[in-house]
Design a binder for this molecule. Structure first.
Ligand SMILES: *[C@@H]1O[C@H](CO)[C@@H](O)[C@H](O)[C@H]1NC(C)=O
Ligand SMILES: *[C@@H]1O[C@H](CO)[C@@H](O)[C@H](O)[C@H]1NC(C)=O
Length: 304
């Protein structure tokens, strides 16, 4: 078989595989799996993080809520209690500041008497500036900020909380995106910080297994999700209608998929499955086509 047809054969087999897996559903989450669990969610004031908090709340977990804005976190905490959370504790903190990581550990140790943390879901991100990379001083300082929050913030917080996670045989969820596993334009700082997370946590998972650690890592690759931030970003690069026409998934369906995968200790989550899995396969098998389609789609937002 010539090389080209081997490639087409494997591409067709991949498409068949993705289509098959897209129909496999997780069994619904049971409250017994989560009641009383001690959980920490970052980026919990809005979007997917807020919805993750509500999913845990409705199953009776004790939740630490992290984000910068105290007043917004307090509102989210109040709603968590209404939904059935055993506790909801706002911990206003900035994931770009090294001082805040120890503060978070102290708060968790203080409120969780057994000194344990069952689930840690990292979802926060720096505010994106969109545009071509020009290599200016402004671009460089934005890149530094993005890496501090999106990369060092994740690694430092999991590191600081690892003793509490080991105590609880805990489960870590890392929220990433298709842009962090393929290539994109306009968003190089964000995309490269997420690629760095993939490299770091993919390797750390192997080390944890080699050291017989009871802690597991669930890596979540998300497609297009209908959050306020995502809508604003798409509009700012010329998309007329934001996400309505692009069949984006809702933040609470996404949150449910994430919480289920972290609870069941899945190695990875792709959500929505087809629109997060196909781009990775295309980039691997037909990279030229992937680059062309990405460039065409993102630069002709005004048609959508
Ligand atoms: C890089 O800097 C240029 C010039 O200031 C700006 O237009 C562009 O949006 C910046 N790109 C990013 C990704 O920050
Ligand atoms: C999910 O979000 C939609 C739209 O915001 C809302 O109508 C629905 O009630 C939410 N579902 C849950 C379980 O929170």
């Amino acid at each position: 078989m010539p090389f080209a047809s081997i490639r087409s054969f494997i591409a067709a087999a991949s498409i068949a595989m993705v289509s098959y897996f897209a129909f496999i559903q997780e069994a619904p989450l049971e409250t017994a799996e989560l009641r009383g669990k001690v959980v920490l969610v970052t980026g919990a004031s809005t979007g997917i993080g807020e919805q993750i908090a509500y999913q845990y709340a409705s199953h009776g977990a004790k939740i630490f809520l992290l984000a910068r804005r105290k007043d917004v976190l307090e509102k989210v905490a109040k709603k968590c209690l209404e939904l059935g959370a055993e506790k909801a504790i706002p911990v206003p903190s900035d994931m770009g500041r090294a001082e805040d990581y120890q503060k978070v550990v102290q708060e968790v140790a203080r409120h969780s008497p057994a000194g344990r943390l069952d689930h840690l879901v990292l979802n926060h991100k720096a505010v994106n500036k969109l545009g071509f990379w020009k290599g200016t001083a402004g671009n460089i300082s934005h890149l530094e900020e993005v890496f501090r929050v999106n990369f060092f913030g994740y690694v430092a917080l999991v590191s600081a909380l690892m003793p509490l996670l080991e105590e609880a045989r805990g489960s870590v969820g890392i929220v990433s995106s298709v842009a962090g596993r393929t290539n994109t334009l306009y968003l190089l700082p964000y995309s490269s910080s997420k690629h760095a997370l993939d490299g770091f946590f993919g390797g750390w998972r192997i080390e944890l297994e080699a050291a017989n650690s009871p802690v597991t890592i669930t890596y979540c690759t998300l497609g297009l999700i209908d959050t306020e931030n995502a809508v604003t970003e798409l509009k700012s690069i010329g998309f007329k209608s934001g996400l309505e026409k692009l069949a984006a998934s809702s933040a609470n369906d996404t949150a449910l998929a994430i919480v289920t995968a972290v609870t069941r200790r899945r190695r990875e989550l792709y959500f929505p499955y087809a629109s997060s899995r196909f781009p990775l396969l295309f980039r691997w098998w037909v990279p030229e086509l992937f680059d062309w389609a990405t460039s065409y789609f993102l630069q002709s937002g005004n048609k959508f």
